[in-house]
Write a protein that binds this ligand. Structure first.
Ligand code: UT7
Length: 319
């Protein structure tokens, strides 16, 4: 028996920035961006914050789950782009939802963050420390985008996705087919340093990325971790209905599908409309699928993410 996702929600800022607008800022084109990444548009926050977007996505997930906010006893927010260090975003969400008696904290494992959040929450549920968890990925990546760097500014967007987790069995009957990995020795491949160092010299505060290195890493490591997850859950790759992957680049997802020898229709995407929203991508895509009626009871899914750290991981989910 597995920890279930019983409700999903998402939020996107209203302002849409298309490739033509980006091409007025840097030397690029709609054609290049679409062919090399799959992205057509992304949403960029104007007045929204990581906490306000997380709260909106959370409210929708709670409504979708058909529960009252008071039933939530654990809130985990994954983010790399909060406007403030303290208080944590999870506490801001707790305040906005008006609930007490709750454990609330943030995690930072970049684009693998929703997977990390799921593992933390599922572990707490299995340990009997929580019953109903809210796991949220919320990002305002535009806070750290260098709009003069065509290697990164074409990719990122803002938004939030949330999921309500619960078990429908006794905690001791639960298994958690989730795998997480990290390799800090490759951390230089994607960095962002907001704030100042000890010597008061401002850090370079923007995202800096070795796109090629991450591309190679993702296409090699994600199929591997999917196979590890399947070994833990005891399923074959053919049995999986959908692979819900981090939306970094359509070509990365296509390459993963090819390596797994699975049809592309098993790899839903929303990168065309939203771009890469780090830890928000996976729960937002799951919410899209849920609202479109693509998810039927008993369906078998593998969710997997990868990104800065470097980190990567995945888990098996039954709908
Ligand atoms: O969320 C997890 C973290 N991020 C990722 O997963 C990103 C993974 N990487 C990628 O998605 C791709 O590597 C990028 C989209 C970032 C870049 O695509 P690429 O196919 O790897 O391009 P490249 O870096 O090999 O560059 C090819 C050419 C270069 O020109 P030359 O040297 O061949 O003349 C670049 O200067 O394309 C040029 N280029 C661009 N041209 C037009 C790079 N960015 C752009 C651009 N528009 N925006």
């Amino acid at each position: 028996m597995y920890v279930k996702i019983v409700g999903t929600g998402s939020f996107l800022p209203e302002r849409v920035v298309d490739n033509f607008e980006i091409a007025r800022m840097v030397d690029t084109s709609d054609e290049w961006i679409q062919t090399r990444t799959g992205i057509k548009t992304r949403h960029i926050a104007t007045k929204e914050t990581v906490a306000s977007m997380a709260t909106e996505a959370a409210r929708k997930a709670v409504a979708d789950a058909g529960i009252s906010p008071e039933e939530i006893d654990l809130i985990i927010v994954s983010t790399v782009s909060a406007e403030q260090s303290l208080p944590c975003v999870a506490c801001e969400v707790q305040k906005a939802l008006g609930i007490s008696q709750v454990t609330a904290f943030d995690v930072n494992s970049a684009c693998s963050g929703f997977i990390t959040g799921y593992q933390m929450a599922a572990g707490q549920i299995k340990a009997g420390l929580a019953k109903t968890a809210l796991v949220i990925g919320s990002e305002c990546l535009s806070n750290g985008v260098d709009w003069t760097d065509r290697g990164t500014c074409i990719l990122f967007g803002d938004g939030a996705g949330a999921a309500v987790l619960r078990a429908d069995c006794a905690p001791e009957e639960l298994c958690i087919p989730c795998v997480l990995h990290a390799d800090g020795s490759q951390g230089e491949a994607l960095t962002c340093s907001l704030g100042h160092g000890k010597d008061k010299v401002p850090y370079d505060e923007y995202y800096r990325m070795d796109g090629k290195a991450i591309f190679k890493f993702a296409t090699r490591k994600v199929p591997e971790v999917i196979r590890e997850v399947l070994e833990l859950s005891g399923h074959t790759v053919e049995e999986i209905d959908y692979f819900v992957l981090h939306q970094a680049n359509k070509r990365i997802i296509d390459a993963i599908a090819k390596r797994l020898r699975q049809d592309e229709s098993k790899f839903p995407m929303n990168i065309m409309d939203n771009g890469n929203i780090s830890s928000a991508c996976i729960p937002m895509l799951l919410d899209d699928m849920n609202r479109k009626g693509m998810l039927k009871p008993g369906m078998k899914l593998v969710l997997a993410g990868f990104g800065a750290g470097l980190t990567w991981g995945g888990f098996y989910l039954e709908w």
